[in-house]
Design a protein around this ligand. Structure first.
Ligand code: S3P
Length: 178
């Protein structure tokens, strides 16, 4: 079975809050370790044939979580992947063991202020279409941080780092353990 260019991990899995840079960093890591980039949000939208906002609007969050969880499971058994996950994937407890089984789990962490600054630039995220999105970010981040921490093998605080710097740290870790 093909593994990432250093053989310690089958795959690299990025978890973290919306706006933590999972997709951008994931693409960079994939390029460096010669892995294939996969985004669970994209797996869901491809399968459903529509955007996340429309899935939430029509079927609700529970439906999305099921679709996301089953998309994640389709990756089990594959290798050489760098996987960016949706920010809420950890809220389904059964996803924890699946994430861990897939490979090295990296939590991209960032201070709340920075997350807010990043996510408030666009309004595509259905969970933030609330009366007070700022407050929603605070509440969700507080609730989810222990969940990210529980699944993570490695944490990178991205608050003051560029995507390239974050990717470099992850690749260094992957190589160091190779
Ligand atoms: C969500 C995060 C989104 C997407 C969906 C729900 C969440 O992905 O899966 O809007 O619950 O935090 P990103 O983390 O890539 O924005």
């Amino acid at each position: 079975m093909r593994r990432l260019s250093t053989p310690a991990y089958e795959n690299v899995v990025l978890v973290g809050f919306m706006g933590s840079g999972k997709s951008s960093v994931g693409r960079l890591v994939a390029r460096t370790v010669e892995g294939r980039f996969v985004d669970t949000d994209r797996l869901v939208t491809d399968r459903e044939g529509r955007e996340i906002a429309s899935i939430f609007a029509e079927h609700g969050e529970g439906y999305f979580r099921q679709a996301e969880s089953s998309a994640l499971r389709t990756l089990v058994g594959r290798s050489g992947l760098v996987i960016a996950t949706g920010g809420g994937i950890v809220t389904v407890p059964a996803n924890g063991p699946v994430l861990k089984k897939l490979g090295l789990v990296v939590w991209l962490k960032a201070h709340e202020e920075v997350i807010w600054e990043r996510v408030s630039r666009n309004n595509k995220r259905p969970l933030l279409l609330t009366e007070s999105p700022r407050e929603t970010v605070r509440t969700l981040l507080e609730a989810r941080s222990p969940m990210y921490e529980a699944v993570a093998d490695m944490t990178v605080d991205t608050t003051v780092l560029t995507h390239a710097e974050v990717a470099e740290r992850i690749c260094a870790w992957v190589r160091g353990r190779g």
